[in-house]
Ligand binder design. Structure first.
Ligand code: NAD
Length: 255
C-alpha cells in the first residue's frame, strides 16, 4: 500500500513482538504511524521497535493495572491513542472432557478479559479524536465451532460479541470497531500447534504442518502480511464506514 496516510497517528498494538502483531507494526509504521508495542517479553518487542522506530513496553494483558500503566507510558511517548490493535492472544487445544478449569481460565483471561481491559484503557482516547479505530484480532474460531479447542473458540466468540456490541454502541462516534478473523496464519502460534500435533500423534513436523495447512481451504497458511494489510486498510480514513465487521481471512470459506 502506497502513501503515508497515517502520518503522525499513534497505533498501540498488543502482542506486538511477534507474528501478526509485528507485521501490523511494520505496515502501520510504513504508512507513517508511530507505534507502541506491548507484550510480556521485552526482547522481541525491542527488535520490532528497532525497525519501526517504535516504543517497546513490557505488559501482561491479564494485569489491568499493568495495562493502565503501559497505556500511559505509550501516551507519554506518542500522544493519544488513535488506533488500538488488540492482538495479544494464546491458543490451546484439548478434548473438552480433558480441558482443565485452569486452562479455560487462562485462555479467557488473555483472549477475552485482556481485550476488555485494553479496550477500556483506550476508550477515552478513542472517543475523543477523529477517525479512531479499535481492531480485534479474533479468529475463524470466533465464528465457527472448533473441536478440541472449545475454550479458545469460546474466547474468540466472546471477542466477536464484544466487537459487535461496541460497534453499535459507538456507531455515531468517530470510532469504528471491527474484528479480523484469520484461519491458520504462519506465525509462532501455528508453530506451537504443529509441535502439539507432533507430541500427541508422533507425526513428523512436516506431517504436522501439512495437517494444519489442509485446514485452510486453499491448502496453505495465511501470510501475516495479509492480516496486517487489512489492519492498515481499516485504519485509513476511507474505511470510516466499515463498522461492526468480522472480516474473515482464511484462504477461502463460506463463513
Ligand atoms: P504469536 O504467538 O506470535 O502472537 C501472540 C502474541 O501475544 C505474542 O507476542 C505473545 O507474547 C502475546 N501475548 C500472549 N499472552 C500475552 C499476555 N498475557 N500479555 C501480553 N502479551 C501476550 O501468534 P499470532 O498468530 O501472531 O497471534 C496473534 C493473534 O492472532 C492472537 O490473538 C491469535 O489468537 C490470533 N490468531 C492467530 C491465528 C494463527 O493461526 N496464528 C489464527 C487466528 C487468530
Amino acid at each position: 500500500m502506497q502513501g503515508r496516510w497515517l502520518e503522525g497517528r499513534h497505533a498501540l498494538i498488543t502482542g506486538g513482538g511477534t507474528g501478526i502483531g509485528a507485521a501490523c507494526a511494520a505496515h502501520l509504521h510504513a504508512a507513517g504511524a508511530k507505534v507502541s508495542l506491548l507484550g510480556r517479553r521485552l526482547e522481541p518487542l525491542e527488535k520490532v521497535a528497532a525497525i519501526t522506530e517504535g516504543k517497546a513496553i513490557s505488559c501482561d494483558v491479564t494485569d489491568r493495572a499493568a495495562i493502565e500503566a503501559a497505556f500511559n507510558e505509550a501516551r507519554a511517548a506518542h500522544g493519544e491513542i488513535d488506533y488500538l490493535i488488540v492482538n495479544a492472544g494464546i491458543a490451546d487445544s484439548a478434548p473438552f472432557h480433558k480441558t482443565a478449569r485452569e486452562d479455560w481460565d487462562r485462555v479467557l483471561a488473555v483472549n477475552l478479559t485482556g481485550a476488555f481491559d485494553c479496550a477500556q484503557a483506550a476508550i477515552g482516547d478513542l472517543l475523543t479524536g477523529e477517525d479512531r479505530r479499535l481492531i480485534f484480532i479474533a479468529s475463524v474460531a470466533g465464528l465457527r465451532g472448533t473441536p478440541y479447542a472449545a475454550h479458545y473458540a469460546a474466547s474468540k466468540h466472546g471477542l466477536v460479541g464484544l466487537m459487535r456490541s461496541l460497534a453499535k454502541e459507538y456507531a455515531r462516534k468517530s470510532l469504528t470497531v471491527n474484528a479480523i478473523c484469520p484461519g491458520f496464519v504462519d506465525t509462532p502460534m501455528t508453530d506451537q500447534s504443529v509441535a502439539r500435533i507432533q507430541e500427541k500423534t508422533g507425526r513428523s513436523e512436516e506431517e504436522g504442518r501439512a495437517a494444519i495447512e489442509a485446514l485452510n481451504a486453499n491448502g496453505r497458511l495465511v501470510h501475516p502480511d495479509a492480516i496486517a494489510t487489512q489492519v492498515l486498510t481499516l485504519c485509513l480514513p476511507q474505511s470510516r464506514d466499515t463498522n461492526g465487521a468480522a472480516i474473515v481471512i482464511d484462504g477461502g470459506s463460506d463463513a
